[in-house]
Design a protein around this ligand. Structure first.
Ligand code: HSE
Length: 313
């Protein structure tokens, strides 16, 4: 069955979680992008973007994650139609919260329905990940996995793409600070080391394993221990003035673990909500950024479901 107008929403997400570079991610239910697709006779793909940071998002379909995703799906559908895509941004672009992935995921899920493609969600992840090339310069699937599947995801293989979807313990919550710092993901990837030492690798494998053990044992504090990172975070630290100070503030306010969210500049703290208050942790992070002369917005969020259709006609 095909539809002319479909609307879908997809959540923000936080990738890496410290030790899981390009592998771990979590869907954040507090922030969403919304996408409306309309199938029509006029050929081509037209994109219109509204909402937070829409002024910096390219509307050229070749340079827009949703546009690249739409182009692939339209080609697969073999239909001789055009598309109008309206994106409403609830996730600030360039914040490290999977903004482009949320738009790509909502577009993929909406078009899968509109064009009657009946593709599995795991197939849509692969297509939406290709859309990420438009914004990050490389097809990483961590954010789109969570934007499409929701909850926690682990990309266990890139070729072929395989994702493990898991639920976090119920007492896991997140406090996130989104500072007024701007750089693009391409820059945040360009500064990463091309080689790593064996001792740093050993540490990070230990941290990543600890994080997954924490999920398996429903131990949020253990998960927090696993959010440390000897490789990526030290390289990116210079992009985020105040990172060390904000991390310390979050831990002092009771966070179980804290790290850069995705490529940054947002900082994400994991909170054991049986033991500490997400709002207090968020407040401490905002205050710590303020002490360094940087304004920030803060949010608290649990994990939640992936992209959902909200209208189809
Ligand atoms: N895993 C990616 C990175 C996320 O850290 O570059 C970017 O959105």
């Amino acid at each position: 069955m095909e539809y002319q107008i479909v609307e879908a929403v997809a959540p923000a997400s936080s990738a890496n979680l410290g030790s899981g570079f390009d592998v771990f991610s979590v869907a954040l239910e507090a922030l969403k992008d919304s996408v409306r697709v309309e199938v029509g006779d006029e050929r081509g793909i037209r994109i219109n973007v509204k909402g937070i940071g829409s002024n910096i998002i390219p509307t050229d379909p070749e340079r827009n994650t949703a546009g690249v995703t739409a182009k692939t799906l339209l080609k697969l559908s073999k239909r001789n139609v055009g598309l109008k895509i309206e994106i409403y941004k609830g996730v600030r672009p360039g914040s490290g919260l999977g903004s482009s992935a949320a738009s790509a995921a909502a577009t993929a899920v909406a078009l899968n329905k509109a064009l009657g493609l009946n593709m599995a969600r795991t197939e849509l992840i692969e297509i939406a990940a290709m859309g990420e090339v438009a914004s990050a310069g490389v097809a990483h699937a961590d954010n789109v996995s969570s934007a499409i599947l929701g909850f926690f995801n682990l990309v266990r293989s890139y070729d072929p793409l395989r994702v493990v979807n898991m639920r976090l313990p119920e007492n896991a919550g997140f406090a996130i600070a989104i500072p007024n710092i701007y750089y693009n993901t391409g820059r945040a990837r360009a500064i990463l080391p091309r080689k790593v030492s064996l001792s740093d690798l050993t540490c990070n494998v230990g941290y990543a394993s600890t994080f997954i053990a924490g999920i398996a044992l429903k131990d949020v504090n253990l998960m927090g221990e696993g959010m440390k990172d000897r490789i990526i975070e030290p390289a990116r630290a210079r992009l985020i003035p105040g990172l060390k100070h904000v991390k310390e503030a979050a831990l002092n306010a009771g966070a179980a673990g804290v790290t850069i969210s995705g490529a940054g500049p947002s900082i994400i703290a994991l909170v054991n909500t049986d033991r500490a208050d997400m709002k207090e942790v968020a407040k401490a992070m905002r205050e710590a950024f303020r002490e360094k002369g940087i304004k920030s917005d803060v949010i608290c969020s649990r994990t939640g479901p992936g992209a959902q259709i909200v209208r189809a006609e």
